[in-house]
Design a protein around this ligand. Structure first.
Ligand code: IMP
Length: 419
């Protein structure tokens, strides 16, 4: 399989968890390279549901290395909770590796996020409340505390004092330095066997000819640079983030897979041109179980947007696409695909780089016949109703990316090749 990347092509929640779980079988290591506990990757194994926030879902595969690389921001409390839950369910966690350079999400990051969202009022971002933005803010300001610092008492004390002073001066926040120090040192002790130089580890694995899967969190339109800013997350969730987030060079990547849901969802605020309000939107939410895996918030639902897919293909160099949750559309009479936008009276096929312009774009739809048949029991592409195959083909043609797999249910075995 060589070194592959799996990214979301929409606003996250595309079903990456189950795709990563499928590919994990064929690789030696799975690497998370950005984001933090804002992610919620769901995998269902033999009817048992696992939701991962920080730990790569590759941990479910015995013997595979699970690596949390430098680009991730880690909430140690959440990480320890996740580790504990996995151990309780009989999953071996010895193969977890955590970058010494990954930044730590601190209690003041979460408090700042709540404070800022309140100040933004009606213009709030609608974050997951996990402190992700402020943690990356401190990283960029070069004062962040990193996982390796949890093992170095003097360095940790110096950094913590500086941060507490800054948070006090800027926001009037007060924390007990002694209590926080004690907590952080405890986290360090509990996690020390996992903390290592993951960039070197990945490099050595590559040198040994091992195959590696880089697991993206969130999606293309939540990327801090290429997404629908400011309604984005604070990291590079696109394929480009793999290099900086894991410490590898661009030539080390062999293939990039995109994951798209057969319709579109978005959680949090911000424009959403193909959003469906009313009965059809509610039907998709209900059938698709569209509630955030991290926050439980209802997801906004809409038609498939092929303009976004073309954009994702360009930004991520997508080689192939995996289309998930096709069965959710089973009951619809007609299915729509957004093929272009009408922007200030002009028809455009490329995603506009200017967010102000994009906010005003109206979708131009191609309407196709629904299949009105249960696809959840099919066992191959050829068993799909012809209208469903037509839907897949049209997305492929309009989006310009070959669709390699499609899924019709959450179970490991409910995903099939299109050939
Ligand atoms: P943050 O990442 O918590 O800062 O939230 C910023 C935006 O990204 C909000 O709109 C969140 O709802 C969205 N977001 C963050 N993580 C995910 C995810 O894993 N799936 C879907 N949306 C996400």
């Amino acid at each position: 399989m060589a070194n592959i990347v799996v990214v979301g092509t929409q606003w996250g929640d595309e079903g990456k968890g189950r795709v990563i779980d499928l590919f994990a079988k064929k690789v030696d290591a799975v690497v998370r390279y950005q984001g933090g506990s804002n992610a919620g990757h769901t995998v269902v194994v033999d009817g048992e549901k696992f939701v991962f926030h920080l730990i790569p879902s590759g941990i479910l595969h015995p013997g595979k290395k699970s690596i949390i690389a430098n680009g991730v921001v880690i909430d140690p409390e959440q990480l320890l909770k996740e580790l504990e839950e996995l151990r309780e369910r009989g999953i071996d966690t010895h193969n977890l590796y955590i970058s010494t350079n990954a930044h730590v999400v601190m209690p003041y990051h979460k408090d700042l996020e709540v404070w800022e969202e309140e100040k933004r009022g009606k213009n709030k971002i609608g974050t997951t409340g996990k402190g992700i933005g402020p943690a990356y803010m401190d990283k960029a300001a070069r004062r962040g505390i990193r996982m390796g610092d949890l093992l170095e008492k003097e360095t940790l004390k110096e950094k913590l004092s500086l941060n507490l002073e800054i948070y006090h001066q800027l926001y009037g926040f007060d924390y007990s330095e002694d209590d926080l120090m004690q907590k952080l040192l405890e986290y360090g002790q509990k996690l020390k066997t996992y903390i290592t130089d993951t960039s070197l580890l990945i490099h050595n694995l590559m040198r040994e000819g091992k195959d590696i899967l880089f697991e993206g969190a969130q999606g293309t339109l939540l990327d801090i640079d290429h997404g629908t800013y400011p309604y984005v997350t604070s990291s590079n969730s696109t394929a480009g983030g793999v290099c900086t987030g894991a410490g590898i060079g661009p030539r080390d990547i062999s293939k990039v897979f995109g994951v798209a849901k057969a319709y579109t969802t978005r959680v949090g605020e911000g424009p959403f041109p193909t959003e469906i309000k009313g009965a059809v939107g509610n039907l998709l939410r209900k059938r698709g179980g569209e509630y955030g895996a991290t926050t439980g918030r209802p997801r906004r639902c809409g038609w498939f947007d092929a303009v976004i897919l073309r954009y994702a293909a360009r930004i991520n160099s997508l080689d192939e696409l995996i289309l998930t949750k096709l069965d959710i559309l089973d009951q619809l009479d007609k299915v729509k695909i957004c093929v272009a936008y009408n922007c200030r009276g002009k028809i455009i096929k490329d995603f506009p780089g200017n967010f102000e312009l994009w906010k005003e774009c109206k979708p131009v739809y191609e309407e196709i016949e629904g299949w009105k048949e249960d696809t959840s029991k099919v066992n191959s592409y050829s068993e799909l109703p012809s209208a469903a195959r037509n839907y897949i083909k049209r997305i492929e043609q309009i989006g310009g990316v070959p669709i390699r797999l499609f899924s019709v249910g959450p179970q490991r075995e409910e995903i099939f090749a299109t050939t």
